[in-house]
Design a protein around this ligand. Structure first.
Ligand SMILES: NC(=O)c1ccc[n+]([C@@H]2O[C@H](COP(=O)([O-])OP(=O)(O)OC[C@H]3O[C@@H](n4cnc5c(N)ncnc54)[C@H](OP(=O)(O)O)[C@@H]3O)[C@@H](O)[C@H]2O)c1
Length: 497
């Protein structure tokens, strides 16, 4: 029997109000227990702080995901008090989130039907619309489009006005060493937001743009490994629906959609070879909210294809740095994991393959393939044809002089729980992603990426389609890893002391 005290919903509610007020630096009277917690603008770290305090009070670890499924303090307190009663014999709470029927989510607005009977020029578009240009892959796709085409690129940017949008776009391209003043006339920022109807640009501008552009690259998405589906749906799923609406409006425009190999995360694919154009109907067992949104979004794109829109799908694995310069997104999962593990001094000893491809390979392949007639209706897999093992990466990091021990996964998880207690370590905000347990099996998301659980993702057809271009995925060898590590050290992201 546990000695855990039992608290009523009212007591938990009072506690949460005081803690939320503390985190937000307001008075408890200013907290409305019926307000959606999302509207208080909590970031992952603040949410984690409240979760830790609740853990201390309740004597068990509430799932951070509950914050999203029971979105107000009133509802969450009620749920936690029920769980508090149930945990008299167990220490950790299980994730009892309702199963989401992703199949039922994949419904494309029936009004979205390709309009007009214009001839589509895949090879030489004059006006391109691109989303995600202020992000990592989007920046490299812009680079390729600027070099390989003469097109003007209209970029959707979240900003208050055009001047801010322009500067945000420029700064992002500068960060990745892509910006060149000579291209400035060809980059037109469009202020908008994926999470709004008509992409937040107003119906009139939306219709005008739909007549003006010839092709669309949709690379934007909210990449958050902690939030559930409900928190990501508006931007990722409904945003994709708005992009499809734009592609179909006034005239037909080919849609190039950046998806993810995560669409095959269902355990139905474990151990199976999945080819580019295989169906991806199984969604049961995709637990990560982000992956769920990618599955549903790709389904919407497929439905648009069935309605006659020319579509092409690109599924990258984790996207690593530029193979020539090492420049990368230091906030991405691989880099945060390496930095966090170096701080911990340990890395989990797991049977993983490094499912990553350099960003220059991914962007070159996307742009090359997008300009081939025969790519229409096809999907492509951009993962590395010869992936290396995670162990080889850790061994290589060690040879560089970093101290890093490989320890059993459960031991590493214990260290993460007990030693990573604040934001000093970048893994702190990823704790829910790394530790949350799902389904009857009580597996974590990283368990899903163990070799035995993963599909074998074939990229044969993609390599075939790239034959004739000079695009080759660089080998994951010591030269590439040296390029990456040197950049991370120069940028001050990693240091030996
Ligand atoms: N990175 C990977 O390892 C990886 C792997 C597989 C697939 N992918 C896919 O590749 C694509 C690009 O990923 P990435 O690594 O380049 O991501 P990223 O660096 O996080 O960039 C995301 C982009 O999406 C934009 N965005 C997010 N929410 C938006 C909204 N509501 N309205 C307008 N724009 C919004 C961001 O704009 P702000 O600047 O305004 O935030 C940013 O430009 C995504 O579709 C992702 O799912 C990525």
């Amino acid at each position: 029997m546990s000695l855990t005290t039992t608290y009523s919903a009212e007591q938990i509610q009072e506690f949460m109000v005081s803690k939320l007020a503390e985190v937000l630096e307001v008075t408890p009277a200013e907290i409305d227990v019926n307000e959606h917690l999302e509207n208080y603008g909590l970031d992952s770290a603040q949410a984690m702080t409240i979760i830790s305090q609740l853990e201390n009070l309740l004597g068990f670890k509430p799932s951070p995901v509950l914050l999203w499924h029971y979105p107000t303090i009133a509802k969450l307190s009620q749920r936690l008090s029920e769980e508090n009663q149930d945990t008299s014999t167990t220490k950790d709470s299980k994730t009892t989130t309702p199963i989401l029927d992703l199949g039922a989510e994949a419904v494309l607005d029936s009004n979205i039907i390709p309009e007009g009977n214009n001839k589509v020029d895949v090879t030489n578009p004059k006006n391109i619309f691109l989303t995600g240009g202020t992000g990592y892959l989007g920046a490299f796709i812009i680079k390729e489009l600027l070099v390989e085409t003469q097109a003007t690129i209209y970029c959707l940017v979240r900003a208050t006005d055009v001047a801010e949008a322009k500067s945000k776009l420029e700064k992002n391209l500068q960060q990745y060493a892509i910006w060149d003043e000579k291209y400035s006339q060809r980059l037109i920022p469009i202020v908008g937001d994926l999470a709004q109807p008509f992409l937040g640009m107003g119906e009139a501008q939306f219709i005008e743009l739909s007549a003006n552009i010839d092709t669309i690259y949709h690379s934007a998405a909210l990449l958050n490994y902690v939030y559930p589906y409900s928190a990501l749906k508006t931007a990722n799923v409904l945003g994709t629906q708005e992009v499809i609406r734009l592609a179909c409006k006034t005239k037909v425009k080919p849609l190039h959609y950046v998806s993810s190999v995560a669409v095959f995360e269902s355990n139905a694919y474990a151990g199976q070879v999945v080819k580019e154009n295989d169906s991806f109907d199984h969604w049961q067992g995709i637990f990560l909210g982000y992956s769920q949104t990618k599955w549903v979004s790709e389904k919407l794109v497929k439905i648009a294809g069935e309605r006659g829109l020319p579509i092409t799908i690109y599924r990258p694995p984790l996207i690593a740095g530029d193979s020539k310069t090492g420049i990368c997104n230091t906030h991405d999962f691989i880099n945060l994991m390496i930095k966090g593990c170096l701080q911990m001094g340990s890395f989990p000893d797991v049977d993983y393959m490094l499912d990553m491809s350099p960003v220059d390979y991914v962007s070159q392949a996307v742009v090359y393939l997008s300009r081939q007639e025969k790519s229409i209706t096809q999907a492509f897999h951009l993962q590395h044809p010869q992936p290396a093992s995670l162990k080889s990466l850790v061994e290589w990091i060690r040879t560089f002089g970093f101290k890093l021990e490989m320890i059993p996964y459960e031991q590493w998880q214990d260290q993460l729980i007990n030693n990573v207690t604040d934001q000093e370590n970048p893994l702190y905000t990823l704790k829910p992603f790394l530790l949350e347990r799902w389904s009857e099996e009580q597996i974590t998301i990283p368990d899903l990426y163990l070799q035995t659980r993963r599909p074998i993702i074939s990229c044969e057809a993609t390599l075939e389609a790239l034959t004739g271009s000079s695009i080759v995925c660089p080998e994951i060898d010591s030269q590439l890893l040296m390029t990456y590590t040197s950049y991370l050290m120069q940028a001050g992201f990693l240091s030996l002391v």
